[in-house]
Design a protein around this ligand. Structure first.
Ligand SMILES: [Mg+2]
Length: 271
């Protein structure tokens, strides 16, 4: 039996309502836009993927709107008409048509895998090598909230979903104020759960070397991307000096980026 042909690719932008408003340092989000990508195969199978970035172009330059154009105008013509069993080759060939644009490519790639697994009538995990674990710990992201509300939300998530790990954003406000806010929250929970912070590459070297030790002392267990994405020397220095795991996120958008971080030992963890 030969593999079905990829016949159509459709996209739509969905504004998914959040279960509660999420306060960032500079704005409050009530919904999360996603690009939903649908792939249709010649045997009638259909698969879905989604491209998601944290609200707007500030994180990595892509948005759901740019993803839609890239998928429809540039990736779809390089994909339609090919066999659903050729996903690795198709994804490889995209590089000749579109540089970077990882989130657009991810949304379509996920949809291709979903469609092909449905066409084979097997779980997607089987197509990718088989199930490895049944569950996975999940970090809950807290918005920017007053202390009492943040504590209440942590308590509620422990009770309702058993969350043990919480993530906080910082980096847009005054560092001293932010550090005080987070140290108070960690202190209020008295070691019952773990906290990690994501600085989204907003701090420079000296700000990081001054304030990260304070957060480490307060009990924060992981620091995500404190400094700019392309400065691996500084990320490495922080990783070596702070003594708490450092995660690279904005610094790693491709396999080549990941290799550079590993070779330089610039981080302990990659997102
Ligand atoms: Mg991050």
């Amino acid at each position: 039996m030969s593999a079905p042909i990829i016949e159509a690719i459709e996209t739509r932008i969905l504004d998914v309502p959040l279960i509660r408003p999420h306060g960032f340092a500079t704005f409050t989000a009530n919904e999360q836009p996603i690009l939903l990508v649908q792939v249709k195969l010649s045997d009638g199978s259909t698969g879905f993927g989604e491209g998601v970035v944290p609200g707007g172009a500030w994180w990595g330059g892509e948005t759901v709107e740019t993803m839609q154009v890239i998928v429809e105008k540039y990736l779809a013509p390089a994909t339609i008409g090919r066999k659903a069993s050729e996903i690795s080759g198709i994804v490889h060939d995209w590089e000749r048509h579109v540089a970077n644009m990882r989130f657009a490519k991810a949304g379509l790639e996920i949809a291709l895998f979903d469609a092909y697994a449905r066409s084979l009538n097997i779980p997607l995990a089987d197509l990718l090598g088989g199930k490895f674990r049944d569950s996975l710990d999940c970090t809950w992201a807290l918005g920017v909230l007053p202390l009492e509300q943040a504590v209440a939300e942590v308590e509620e998530r422990i009770a309702s979903h058993g969350h043990q790990s919480f993530k906080l954003k910082m980096g847009s406000g005054d560092p001293a104020t932010d550090v005080t806010r987070i140290a108070e929250l960690v202190d209020a929970l008295e070691g019952r759960v773990s906290f990690r912070i994501d600085i989204n590459a907003r701090w420079d070297r000296l700000t990081s070397l001054r304030f990260l030790p304070v957060l480490a002392e307060a009990g924060v267990e992981l620091f995500e991307q404190p400094t700019p994405a392309d400065d691996l020397d500084t990320l490495r220095e922080i990783t070596q000096r702070i003594g708490v795991p450092v995660m690279a996120d904005e610094s790693v958008c491709s396999p080549a980026d990941a290799l550079a971080v590993v070779k330089k030992q610039a981080a302990d963890v990659v997102a």
